[in-house]
Design a protein around this ligand. Structure first.
Ligand SMILES: C[S@@+](CC[C@H](N)C(=O)[O-])C[C@H]1O[C@@H](n2cnc3c(N)ncnc32)[C@H](O)[C@@H]1O
Length: 258
């Protein structure tokens, strides 16, 4: 099954290419937050990560999110990006904020960090970018294996993405990661719910119950077709008794769509 908005989002630019990002950051400068600002994500972030958490922001770009998190009380956020242009800019911009560190690094190889270095990993749009590159499924596996390695038991990987469960769950639910996954969906900034909406959803903070196959429930209504999904993937502690399902890799995933 194809997710049309995913396919079209990948077509125009090579988001998986470091050169693309370097050029873009040189041309545009300034700052830009993809998908959502921290103010909308705050309830989820604060719920998942205590302020004392050691956090890794993968593919930070020139987003303001980490700065906003420090203003909210977070004390230790390591930010990495494949673009040396973005990292140089951000390091200069935030040299006066000791809670923020910036390092140029490829998420597919974070061997600089020892195992279980972080309480949390946050990814806003970076797995999505890799899914647009060449060898997307391999890149995704390399990245997710590294994220899993770096998480402490009980820690969480928070993925903010366009990708719905048909294209994301097959990657995230591999038994080797042993993640317990909770899914949320939030509308794009500024979205107005139509008055005619018949959706019974009370709050965006309510997790979406996934089916046994890791799909959205058949009666689930996506109010905003350009909404974003938040996958909270918690690394299960060995002593926890849990039955973590895994889902088959669908054709579209194998074919490089996100
Ligand atoms: C869609 S942007 C998101 C930026 C930022 N997280 C935000 O929310 O605004 C994707 C970012 O991932 C970075 N990126 C792409 N491939 C990467 C890789 N292999 N390793 C690290 N960063 C990567 C890009 O340089 C870019 O900054």
């Amino acid at each position: 099954m194809y997710s049309q908005r995913d396919v079209s989002s990948c077509n125009t630019y090579n988001y998986g290419d470091a050169l693309y990002w370097d050029t873009r950051y040189i041309q545009e400068g300034g700052s830009f937050d993809w998908y959502q600002r921290y103010s909308s994500l705050r309830p989820f972030v604060r719920h998942c990560f205590p302020l004392s958490s050691t956090l890794l922001m993968v593919g930070c770009g020139n987003a303001v999110m980490s700065e906003d998190m420090v203003r909210d009380g977070y004390e230790d956020i390591v930010n990495i990006d494949i673009s040396s242009v973005a990292i140089d800019m951000m390091r200069r911009k935030y040299e006066y904020i000791p809670q923020l560190k910036y390092m140029q690094m490829d998420v597919r190889d974070m061997s600089y960090f020892p195992d279980e270095s972080f309480d949390g990993v946050i990814d806003k749009g970076t797995l999505d970018s890799l899914m647009c590159g060449t060898d997307a499924p391999i890149s995704a596996s390399q990245m997710l294996a590294e994220v899993c390695r770096l998480l402490k038991p009980g820690g969480s990987y928070m993925l903010i993405t366009y990708g719905d469960p048909t294209v994301r769950m097959p990657h995230l639910s591999k038994p080797v990661y042993n993640w317990k996954i909770t899914l949320y969906n939030i509308p794009r900034p500024g979205f107005q719910k139509p008055e005619t909406s018949t959706s019974a959803r009370k709050s965006y903070l309510e997790p979406i119950p996934l089916t046994e196959k890791g799909s959205l429930p058949t009666d689930w209504v996506m109010e905003d077709p350009d909404s974003h999904f938040i996958y909270v993937c918690r690394k299960i502690i060995d002593t926890e008794i849990d039955n973590v399902p895994s889902y088959k890799l669908t054709t579209d995933v194998a074919l490089n769509h996100w």
